[in-house]
Ligand binder design. Sequence first.
Ligand code: NAD
Ligand code: TYD
Length: 335
Amino acid sequence: MKLLITGGAGFIGSNFVHLVFNDHPGVSVVNVDSLTYAGNLENLKSVVNKPDYRFIKADIADRSAMEELFSAEQFDAVINFAAESHVDRSITEPEIFLKSNVFGTQVLLDMALKYKVDRFVQISTDEVYGSLPATGYFVETTPLAPNSPYSASKASADLLVRAYIHTFGLNAVITRCSNNYGPYQFPEKLIPLMITNALEAKQLPVYGDGMNVRDWLHVEDHCKAIWLVMEKGRTGEVYNIGGSNEWHNLDLVKELLTILNQPESLITYVKDRPGHDRRYAIDASKIRNELGWELKYDFPAGLRHTVQWYLDHRTWWERVKSGAYQEYYKKQYNL
Ligand code: NAD
Ligand code: TYD
């Protein structure tokens, strides 16, 4: 089987590449990534010399580059991870989110149709459903109500996938996952930002009152779910993936400080994110009942494992946090 993985140098994509080589020998992988600030080939250094692995630096929205790739290779499946993924950046710079997340997806859909790819998996997010009150869960039929430019661009891509299934008969499926955590996550997202700031004895910027709720899932559990959906998901269906693991941001930050043995005085309340969604929570019964997906990680173990990964990979995140990221950080937090 030959897979095209887009965005394979990012957080979830690189974890997925590792999962393929660890659990599914014989599968070959082409990884297309444009290497934005979030793409890091260091995440993949243990696979670069594998005969079944090939990296191509290209933008998924670049139609001629994609045409060249798809005409040269016959892919059995495309898994589209490539996207601009950070809500805060989508607030200051929405246009790039439309280019990569919407137009990029459309180019890939065209290629998948034209070159008769058997399966297209769109990696989406629970953020397309908008925000929940204190109770209730997102199910696959919850109406789309995205609130940020990021989630609006992901919802747009989902609608395009739906249209290509309905109009052209493309064999595609969509996954919508809750917040991931684990190794190789760029330290702009909550968990790695708080871990690495605490390790540098820097302030931990908590937005608003810290009472927003997220449902955390270990990236490896997410990747296993994606593999199952690719293999067995019903065409045209959406599968929610979540950790059944809701945390108020503030409690989670305090938990990280306890693990790291650092004082709560590092917590700094900063101006809230505009349009900040209050609560996300996924009902994942469909993927559990239909495809037999199960969680492997319990959160306390997963979190400790993740903290340990950042402790063991200081050079990785110090490099990632240097250079251009410093400028972004100053602008975003004024700290
Ligand atoms: P990430 O930002 O860590 O990685 C994105 C990767 O895509 C990077 O390697 C980047 O270089 C690449 N990329 C961006 N634009 C590109 C383009 N136009 N062409 C080619 N490559 C491009 O993101 P992530 O956290 O790994 O997220 C992967 C996918 O999962 C995204 O589609 C995201 O919307 C979705 N998702 C993420 C989460 C989460 O918690 N991180 C949760 C649900 C869904
Ligand atoms: P994030 O990791 O950006 O994921 P998302 O917004 O896509 O859910 O943020 C997770 C939660 O943490 C969200 O409620 C915003 C909050 N947050 C902070 O309080 N401070 C921060 O510096 C960041 C990056 C996020």
